[in-house]
Structures are given as structure tokens and as C-alpha cells.
Design a protein around this ligand. Structure first.
Ligand code: MN
Ligand code: MN
Length: 470
């Protein structure tokens, strides 16, 4: 009798923290796994921000979204689907709502860039019988993780003649790959004594690209010349063209299932393409939302949301001006922003059972426990955080609860352990109600990040109900 009473009381008063797998209806399991497979396919095609934009555009065309620049002379109707590509590295897609533009939009914003190694403007050199390329890492990486893993080269080269050439080397099983060598343990005595931050220096992130010289003893750098000749034959480029190129090295490792039960995904670039793809899936079957529904895909988040494709730019305002003209409504830009609501869709740190000491376990998110609501990120006293207000957190929580979206709370590590930010603060700076909500992942920013398939399922549903909400 007594035991029963407290069980009831527990159920009534305590938060229910359980693996979302335990609450999955058996007939939904197939849906969870097939959604995850779609996501894995997307990851394998979208390994850079430019490729992700191309995938989003091709998805848009398949799903009845039209280029905003092609329809400006028509009148948008509730349910009208459009897309807006911004400088080939960022994009916004939208579905027109039944309510007026001035009543605000619902936006799910993610980012398409991911930590990687960029080729330097003058990368190619040769030494000791090997041809190599210099790199400069992009975003927050642990440098030692990028040695001795196969790397693929992706990007564009703009030649002096004005040609733009896209390249991908290392993704096909028959392609060669590139690699950053590491010291053999036998001779790494000094290296192993260094701190891990210093064990592999930034200037040591050099990739091996070849070793056959041209057959001429008078040529000073015969391997470099042979490699440049190959590049010239294949892409029509010369050494100087490297200066006007965006060339990125990413792990040449396909995304795949992780675990005996295949419940997890191991893949590069899940931060933050998991949220980008969940946004596409959330918008796929949307009919006529109440408010204008926007999926925003930003660039440059990993280096501070800077530049003209980052969230600190005016890309959203530029689109909104177009939308105001398109609607013919007498609505002000700031009026719309101030009436709008957003989810900053980005990954959070999951509680790693091997490293629990960096988290406050009462507030940490776990893999497989559902979509994470993160009230604030930031570091050292909530600096650089968007601290969502109680009213807005309440609204999101209710929305998820009312629609069977399983969720948990999370924070980016324990207080004063470190921290980090997302695009949330920059959305909020525009006057938009904003909250962080995305999945918990493990091994963030490493060559193979880990996510949970059941979390992805709840992300899609969470973003869907938010985007359709009044
Ligand atoms: Mn992120
Ligand atoms: Mn990140």
C-alpha cells in the first residue's frame, strides 16, 4: 500500500528519464531505421557545405520547392514552397503559411560547415622523396585525431581564366586517398611526453599526395612538378590557382551503422548535418503551416558564424526583404523578426560513459534519450549564450509533450569545464525567440561522430511540430 503510494507520487513529481528505445512502439521501429538510412545516404553525399547546399537544392526540386528568384512575379499561396540559395554555401527553404507575414515565422536553423582541414593558398611542396600539401585546420579539432586516417579532397578551384572546377578525390573505393603521417611509437618518446595539444603541431598537418618525380635531373622539385602536371591535365589548373580555391580535406570514411543492434550512426560531419537533414525531413510532408515555416542552413558556424554566409551576416534579412515584396504585405522587417520564433538546431555533447567527469550528470544529455532542449550554451558564466527565457522554454516543452516528441535536457559540459556556442545567440540578436534543440552526440568534431537513430527520429518529429505550430 505504502509502496504503491510513493510509486504514484514518483510518477507524478519526478521527471521521467529513460531511453527512448524503451518507449518506442514496435510498429515504429522500421520507420526509425529507414529514416536513419536516408540520413546516412545524405551524409555520404554532403561532405562539405557546398555539397550540402547542392543536396538541399536537389531535395527541394524533388519536393516541389521552387527557386525564389524564379517566382517573384507570382503571388505566394499558403503551402507554396520555395528555396533561397545564398552564395552556394548557405540556404533557406520555406513553406508559406496561412497567417500574415507580419505575424512572424517559425524557423529551424542549422549549419552546414564542419571541422576539417583546408589546403593553404600555396600548399604543394616536396621533401625527402615525397610530395606534400600544407593545410590549415578549420574549426575546433583535436589535431592528433586527424593523423593516419584516410582523407578525401573536396572543393572548387577558380582558375585564372575564370573557370570553376569542382573536385572530389578519395570517396570512390577506386580513388586514391590522402593521409597525414604520424610518428612510429618506437621513436615517439619525445612526442608522447608532450601535451596532446602540442603532440601534433598545426604546421605538421601536412598531407602526402605522391612520390613519382619527372625524369629530369635539372628540375629543382621534380615530384611537385609531376603532381602539378597531373592536376593540370585533369583540371586545367596551375599552381597559382590554389590561391582562388576552396579545397577541404575530410575523412574518406563513409557514414555507417554502429553497434550490433545498429542503433547508432558513426559518421563525419554529423555536427551539424544531422540537424540540417532532420529539417528537410520535417518539411517534407508539411501542408499549409499556420506561420511561414523556414529551414535555414548557415555556413561558418564552426569559426564563429562570421563572414557573409555565417549567421552574423544579413542573409536572413535579405531573404525577408524578398518575401515582403513577394507577399505584397505592408510588413516591416523588424516587425516580422520580433514576432518570430526559432529553434537553433545544433548538436549537444552527450554524456560519454568513458568520460563522465566533464559533465554534471544531472543536467547532461544521453544518447538515445530523445531530442535535447538546451536552455543555454556558452561558457564560464553563460558568456556567448542565448539563454532562452522561461516562457519560451515552456512553449517548446509543451509542444513536444503534446505531440509525443521524446525529449531531455542538456548542457554543454559542467560549469567551467569549457563550453561553446551555436547560431542561437545570433538568431536571438535579431529579435527572434530562440532556443537550442538538437541531438546529443559523442566524439563531437572528431573524424567519426556518433549519434543515435532514435534521437534522429524524435528530432524530425520535434522540428515538424514546431514548424507547423501557430
Ligand atoms: Mn554545431
Ligand atoms: Mn561544432
Amino acid at each position: 500500500m505504502k509502496e504503491n503510494k510513493f510509486q504514484e507520487l514518483s510518477k507524478k513529481l519526478l521527471m521521467d528519464r529513460k531511453s527512448a528505445w524503451t518507449k518506442l512502439e514496435p510498429d515504429k521501429k522500421e520507420e526509425v531505421f529507414s529514416l536513419a538510412q536516408d540520413y546516412i545516404n545524405f551524409l555520404n553525399k554532403a561532405k562539405t557545405e557546398r555539397e550540402a547546399v547542392l543536396e538541399i537544392v536537389s531535395w527541394c526540386r524533388k519536393n516541389g520547392f521552387v527557386d525564389i528568384n524564379a517566382v517573384e512575379n507570382t503571388q505566394p499561396q499558403p503551402g507554396t514552397r520555395f528555396y533561397f540559395v545564398w552564395k552556394e554555401r548557405a540556404a533557406v527553404i520555406g513553406t508559406w503559411g496561412t497567417n500574415s507575414l507580419k505575424s512572424g515565422f517559425r524557423l529551424v536553423g542549422s549549419h552546414l560547415d564542419a571541422p576539417r582541414l583546408d589546403l593553404k593558398p600555396q600548399p604543394v611542396y616536396e621533401q625527402e622523396g615525397l610530395g606534400l600539401c600544407k593545410t590549415h585546420y578549420y574549426g575546433g579539432i583535436k589535431k592528433y585525431q586527424w593523423t593516419a586516417v584516410p582523407l578525401a579532397l573536396h572543393g572548387v578551384i577558380c582558375t585564372a581564366q575564370g573557370n570553376k572546377v569542382s573536385i572530389v578525390i578519395g570517396e570512390d573505393v577506386n580513388d586514391p586517398v590522402f593521409i597525414i603521417t604520424d610518428l612510429l611509437p618506437h621513436l615517439a618518446k619525445d612526442q608522447m611526453r608532450k601535451k596532446t595539444t602540442a603532440a601534433v603541431a598545426g604546421e605538421s598537418l601536412n598531407i602526402v599526395i605522391g612520390s613519382i618525380p619527372v625524369d629530369d635531373e635539372d628540375v629543382k622539385e621534380p615530384i611537385k612538378l609531376a603532381l602539378l602536371e597531373q592536376l593540370n591535365k585533369k583540371y586545367g589548373m596551375v599552381e597559382e590557382d590554389f590561391i582562388s580555391a576552396d579545397l577541404e580535406l575530410v575523412p574518406a570514411i563513409p557514414a555507417r551503422d554502429l553497434g550490433l543492434d545498429r542503433s547508432l550512426i558513426a559518421a563525419y560531419g554529423q555536427d551539424d548535418r544531422i540537424c540540417a537533414y532532420a529539417t528537410l525531413k520535417a518539411m517534407e510532408n508539411m501542408g499549409q503551416p499556420a506561420q511561414l515555416a523556414l529551414g535555414l542552413f548557415a555556413d561558418k558556424e564552426e569559426i564563429g558564424s562570421v563572414g557573409n554566409t555565417g549567421m552574423q551576416s544579413n542573409m536572413l534579412e535579405i531573404l525577408l526583404e524578398k518575401l515582403i515584396r513577394w507577399s505584397g504585405e505592408d510588413a516591416g522587417l523588424y516587425e516580422i523578426l520580433g514576432a518570430s520564433q526559432a529553434i537553433s538546431a545544433d548538436v549537444n555533447a552527450g554524456l560519454d560513459p568513458t568520460y563522465p567527469e566533464v559533465m554534471d550528470k544531472h543536467n547532461a544529455a544521453r544518447l538515445g534519450y530523445g531530442l535535447v532542449i538546451t536552455k543555454y550554451t556558452g561558457s564560464g558564466g553563460k558568456y556567448n549564450a542565448n539563454d532562452a527565457d522561461a516562457e519560451y522554454v515552456s512553449r517548446i516543452r509543451k509542444l513536444y509533450n503534446d505531440n509525443q516528441v521524446l525529449w531531455q535536457t542538456g548542457e554543454l559540459g559542467k560549469v567551467d569545464q569549457g563550453g561553446g556556442g551555436t547560431i542561437a545567440q545570433f538568431l536571438a540578436n535579431k529579435g527572434i525567440e530562440t532556443i537550442d534543440s538538437g541531438p546529443a552526440i559523442l566524439s563531437m568534431h572528431s573524424p567519426l561522430e556518433v549519434s543515435s537513430k532514435i534521437d534522429f527520429y524524435h528530432m524530425v518529429n520535434g522540428y515538424k511540430v514546431f514548424l507547423a505550430s501557430k
